[in-house]
Structure formats: C-alpha cells, structure tokens
Design a protein around this ligand. Structure first.
Ligand SMILES: *[C@@H]1O[C@H](CO)[C@@H](O)[C@H](O)[C@H]1NC(C)=O
Ligand SMILES: *[C@@H]1O[C@H](CO)[C@@H](O)[C@H](O)[C@H]1NC(C)=O
Ligand SMILES: *[C@@H]1O[C@H](CO)[C@@H](O)[C@H](O)[C@H]1NC(C)=O
Ligand SMILES: *[C@@H]1O[C@H](CO)[C@@H](O)[C@H](O)[C@H]1NC(C)=O
Ligand SMILES: *[C@@H]1O[C@H](CO)[C@@H](O)[C@H](O)[C@H]1NC(C)=O
Length: 430
C-alpha cells in the first residue's frame, strides 16, 4: 500500500516534470556534451571514424584543453576555473563555489549528468566496476558534478547524476533535460583502450543519436576530448559540434575560432541569456554557430601565442605546497555572453568581498602553469572591474612560433600589467 502510494506520488512528480516546458534558446533548445579521453588533435583528425563524424557536423579546429591530467578539465567546464587542480584524486569544492547548475537553475532549465556504469544516482565514491553488465569502470574524476559541495550537499541536485541506462529511459519517455554532460566508461572513452577503440564506440553511439528524431530536435551536441595525450605539446584537442541545431549547409565545415572548455559555459549563457559565474566563463568565445545567430562578437585572446596549457597554475586544489592559493573571488562586475551580470547565489556567497582583487577580467585571456621552467601565462590579480573593450588583432597561433603575434599579444594595456606581475614572480622564484 505504502509502495503503491509512493509510486503514485512519483508518477505525479514525473508528470509535472515532463510537462515543464523547455526554455527556448536562441540557437538551440538542448545542449549535450559527450567526453572522450586523452588524444592529440593530430592523431584524432586522421582517424576514419572521427573523420566520418566531422562530415556530419562542424570541426572546431582551434580548441585547447585547460591543463593535465583529466579531472581539472572536467571541473573547468562547469565552474569556469579549475582552481589550480593538478591531479585526479577525489576533491571536495566548497559550497560557496557555484557551477553551471546555478546558472541553469536561475532560468528553470533542466539538466543532468549521465555516466556510463555509475552504480546509482548520485553515487559519490571514486570509482566502481559497473553493475549494469558491462563490468567496466565508472570513475568520479570523469564526473565534474560530484566534486562540488553545492551539488553533492543537495539531494535534488545529486539525484540528477545518473547512468547511461537512465539516459536511454529518458530518451524513450521523451523526458531529456535541456543540458547534459555524458561520460562513457573507462573503456569506451578511450582511457584504458586506444584511439581506434573509442572512435568505433563513439561512432556507433553518436550515429544512433543522430538518427533519433527526438534526440535531434534543435539539439546541439558537442563531442570533445578532455585533454591531449602528449604533455610536452600544447594541449590541442578535437571537438565536433553535431545535432539537429546544425544547419545542413554547415555540415562538414571547420570553425577555426579559438575555444576552450570555458566556451561551453559562455555558449550556454549566450543561448539562454543566462547570468555568469564571474570567472573565466566571461570572455570565453561562444561557438560561432551560436554567436552568428545572436550577433555576439568573439575575439582572439592576446595570450594565445605562448600558451602551453600543460601544467596547472597555483590554486586551492593544487597539491604542491608552493602552488597553493585561496579560491579567487569572482569578479562581480562582469557582464557575460548572456548579456547579464553575475548569478545571484554566486554574488550572495561573495558579496562581502567586493574589494578583493581577482584574476577574472572578462577578456578571455588564457592562463597556464608554464613549462616547468618559466611561466609567461600565470594568472594575475587586479581590482574587480567591468571587462575592458577588446581590440586584439586576430590570427594568434597557439603554442606560437609566431613572434609577431607574441609581441603584439604583450603590447596591449593588459600585456604591460602582465609583465609587471611576471617581474615580481621571477624575482621571488629565482
Ligand atoms: C582501467 O584502468 C585503471 C587504471 O587507470 C584500472 O584501475 C582499471 O581496472 C581499468 N579498467 C578496466 C576495465 O580495464
Ligand atoms: C537545491 O537544489 C535545488 C534544485 O537545483 C535548488 O532549487 C535549491 O535552491 C537548492 N538548495 C540549496 C540549499 O542550495
Ligand atoms: C568560501 O568557502 C571557503 C571554504 O569553506 C572559505 O575558506 C572562504 O572564506 C569562503 N568564501 C567566502 C567569501 O565566504
Ligand atoms: C609545455 O609544458 C611542458 C611541461 O608540462 C613542457 O614539457 C613543454 O616543453 C612545454 N612546451 C613548450 C612549447 O614550452
Ligand atoms: C566600450 O566601448 C563602448 C563604445 O564603444 C563604450 O560605451 C564603453 O564605455 C566602453 N567600455 C569600457 C569598459 O571601456
């Protein structure tokens, strides 16, 4: 009796949830992203299966991951910073650090995380052998959500962390959320296997989605690697935009705009007029296919030429004692790609710190932890302020041998400030 009452109650809840209308976006109504593991751009781009997928969508040919190893890249994609993280161990990020979930909540946009092989909703352990029959690994380092206390301390949110089997159910029932991050298990994402193995799995999986009319409905699907494989090379990865939101005439094209995982956040903001997190999400380029529809102006950051993105900069999650630094205060004066200011909870959490300096300046400048010898691109802190107007010339080359680009990159107003900080840093270290 009790059980049937519960089922009835659940049924009622589901019915309400299902009837909640989608919040329409300017360029898509649904954004899904599927994450693969650890491959260099130059190898992926030669794989026949991945080449086949590129023909169905848009290749993002200038997409740079944030750092190594895996976990910080996942964290960055939903929080707008990786807070110095330089390892894959279990982490707990304080409740006052907000994420994409807070942004989506602000407009009532539904979201979920789907993780292949996760033993149950909201599972919090570091890893598990799947109980869904595949016998392969689920790992929390490939699940950005569970590391944030602002998600894991909240039962409603935790319940949104589900499995690939739950995804199948949601698709069948026509109850997909409007935003989802999906991570295959350690075999299918290529972590424990090979580029070829994961490419075959991805091709099969993604093609089945591309054939599904319900899934395709005004959906933008980003298939991306988390990071490159070769740490000594700049961290360039293959990312592909697919789905029903891609017009026919864009299929098989290449977009050379500079992107990072922060572009996911700025694209969501731009599409749904969302507020921002006051971190590196502000200033990150919006996927061009969306920017074209909204009239948003992308720009090349000035710091791209010497960019390496192989080592993590200092921060609260860095496990090297000399690289610890407190969580930075968000810049509460930034306007993001959604045309809105900082998200309400984020502001409430940090409102007493309006006088703090911050590394987030809304320019889209990219920072890294250097090359182990020197660091031309470490974050620098300054007073919170609106983003300056950006006038950087285009055509910066990642990991550049392009000395003209490098010189011009450091010639501007912010570049001068950068050298000042660098000077101090060099004195401290050497
Ligand atoms: C995958 O690799 C990890 C080590 O990175 C190992 O612990 C795990 O057992 C492997 N899983 C499978 C299914 O091979
Ligand atoms: C818990 O999550 C729900 C759904 O995201 C949200 O509406 C609510 O404000 C959260 N509660 C707290 C205390 O953060
Ligand atoms: C945010 O939380 C951390 C960890 O609890 C704390 O050190 C920091 O002071 C908090 N920030 C604010 C503005 O309260
Ligand atoms: C990038 O940083 C890595 C350190 O992880 C270093 O091995 C490599 O030489 C650097 N590359 C360049 C071009 O500086
Ligand atoms: C940016 O430029 C616009 C007009 O070109 C101007 O109104 C605005 O004040 C400028 N903002 C800053 C922060 O310089």
């Amino acid at each position: 009796m009790l059980f049937s009452a519960l089922v009835a109650a659940l049924g009622a809840t589901v019915a309400i949830a299902a009837s909640t209308p989608y919040v329409p976006g300017k360029a898509f109504d649904r954004f899904f992203t599927i994450w693969l593991e650890n491959q260099d751009y130059d190898r992926v781009i030669k794989n026949s299966y991945m080449k086949g997928l590129v023909k169905e969508g848009i290749l993002l040919s200038n997409y740079i991951a944030q750092t190594h190893p895996s976990q910080p890249n996942y964290i960055a994609s939903i929080a707008g910073d990786y807070f110095g993280l330089n390892h894959d161990d279990v982490i707990h990020i304080p409740e006052n650090i907000t994420t994409v979930v807070d942004l989506l909540d602000s407009r009532g946009i539904s979201w979920k995380g789907y993780f292949e092989g996760i033993p149950g909703p909201g599972y919090m352990n570091a890893a598990s052998t799947a109980k869904d029959g595949s016998g392969w690994d689920y790992v929390s380092k490939h699940n950005p959500f569970v590391s944030f206390n602002s998600i894991s301390f909240n039962g409603t949110r935790l319940a949104n962390i589900q499995s690939f089997a739950d995804f199948d159910d949601d698709l069948k029932k026509n109850e997909l959320p409007q935003f989802a991050h999906m991570s295959p298990n350690m075999m299918n994402d290529g972590h424990n296997t090979t580029l070829e193995y994961a490419a075959v799995c991805t091709d099969t999986y993604v093609r089945s989605l591309l054939k599904d009319e319900e899934f395709m409905k005004n959906t933008l699907l980003l298939v991306t690697y988390d990071e490159s494989e070769t740490y000594s090379q700049p961290n360039k990865i293959v990312s592909i935009l697919l789905g029903g939101a891609i017009p026919k005439n864009k299929k098989g094209t290449t977009d050379e705009t500079f992107y990072t995982h922060y572009s996911i956040l700025s694209t969501l903001q731009n599409n749904w007029e969302l507020p921002n997190l006051g971190r590196y999400d502000v200033g990150a380029n919006v996927f061009d296919i969306v920017a074209q529809k909204t009239g948003y102006k992308n720009h090349h950051p000035s710091s791209v030429a010497p960019l390496n993105n192989s080592l993590s900069y200092a921060g609260a999650l860095n496990n090297l004692p000399d690289k610890w630094k407190a969580y930075p205060t968000p810049n509460m004066q930034l306007i993001g790609a959604g045309g809105k200011g900082i998200e309400r909870t984020t502001k409430l959490n940090w409102v007493t710190r309006e006088k703090d300096t911050t590394p987030y300046d809304g320019t889209g400048q990219v920072f890294d932890g250097g090359n182990g010898i020197s660091d031309l691109n470490m974050p620098f802190y300054k007073a919170q302020a609106p983003a300056p107007n950006i006038t950087y010339p285009p055509h910066y080359v990642v990991g550049g041998k392009n000395s003209a680009g490098r010189l011009r990159g450091f010639g501007g107003r912010w570049g001068v400030f950068g050298w000042g900080v660098l000077g101090v840093w060099v004195v401290c270290v050497f």
